[in-house]
Design a protein around this ligand. Structure first.
Ligand code: CP
Length: 309
């Protein structure tokens, strides 16, 4: 297959296994490019991309911008907090005004689930979802699976546990879709209050005991507790959460095998992961960030080639 089955990247649930393979093979090429002394290719000199961030970001925003610049695209950046959104302008008006400046592609992070799908139905541009509320974060899941493939050879057949605040996590949902599509086994682990009731419908199993979950898995993806999305308390205290669902070196050393530790960031050191684990050779957290640039170059390149047709 040489092209994606989709015109936008709105969520992993819209991709098939062939799409994911194509993105990974394209990212392999771009990973080689960004390790050269000259890290740029002229592929997208005729494409203009707007990065629209209605919610805070460090990794995703910088990684998309770098990926676009490495592909030689023209880039404009929009931050909602410094824009006319503050004066009451709607999302569609904001985007249509930006598109009237001859923009071809929009990368958008938004606090509302479904915002990217909504946009794709109302504007004439290719849309990439850079995280929509607690719904999906497709490029994060792609770079996570790509990093597993890099560390363990392949994703198919691997056992992956996603630990923590599954209920409020777009990373969890996109990872579940990506991992299941590629043939991995997936478990979620956390307090029952932070695990959605429908989770078994997604083909994953639940384990509330962290040590049992870690002894089962090849890879543990540790998630941050998303306090900013909580209106009530889901566990008695941060200290109790850390005691039951935080990973530390003593716990890792007590397991029956060595596992790979992932984290999408931002890390809360000492809460869901201790510094000695986050900075250990078992953790691939900075590899994930580095792979994010190649994955985003691949996604942008593949979607842009459909615009040009
Ligand atoms: N992983 C992730 O989405 O991080 P940012 O919120 O910093 O983009």
């Amino acid at each position: 297959m040489s092209e994606l089955s989709v015109n936008h990247l709105l969520g992993i649930k819209y991709l098939n296994n062939e799409d994911i393979k194509l993105i990974f093979e394209t990212a392999d090429h771009f990973k080689e490019v960004i390790n050269r002394p000259i890290k740029k290719v002229p592929s997208l000199r005729d494409i203009t991309i707007a990065n629209l961030f209605f919610e805070n970001s460090t990794r995703t925003k910088l990684s998309f911008e770098l990926a676009e610049k490495r592909l030689s695209a023209d880039v404009i950046n929009f931050s909602a907090s410094q824009s006319s959104v503050k004066k009451g302008e709607t999302l569609i008006d904001t985007v249509n005004n930006i598109l009237s400046m001859k923009v071809d592609m929009v990368v958008m992070r938004h606090p509302n689930p479904g915002a990217s799908v909504f946009l794709s139905n109302h504007v004439n541009a290719s849309i990439i979802n850079a995280g929509d509320g607690a719904h999906e974060h497709p490029t994060q899941a792609l770079l996570d699976s790509y990093s597993i493939r890099e560390r363990l050879g392949e994703v198919k057949g691997k056992k992956v546990v996603i630990v923590g605040d599954i209920l409020h996590s777009r990373v969890a949902l996109s990872n579940i879709f990506a991992l299941k599509t590629q043939g991995a086994q997936v478990k979620v682990c956390g307090p029952k209050t932070l695990i959605p009731k429908y989770i078994d419908k997604l083909g994953v199993t639940v384990e509330t005991n962290l040590k049992k979950a870690l002894n089962w898995c090849d890879v543990a993806n540790m998630l941050r507790v998303q306090n900013e999305r909580m209106t009530v308390s889901y566990f008695p205290s941060a200290r109790e959460y850390t005691q039951q669902y935080g990973v530390n070196m003593e716990l890792l050393n007590s397991l029956n095998k060595e596992i790979t530790i992932m984290h999408p960031g931002p890390i809360n050191r000492g809460v869901e992961i201790t510094s000695d684990v986050a900075d250990s050779d078992q953790a691939i957290i900075l590899d994930q960030v580095q792979n994010g640039v190649a994955i985003r170059m691949a996604v942008i390149y593949l979607l842009a080639s459909k615009i040009k047709q």
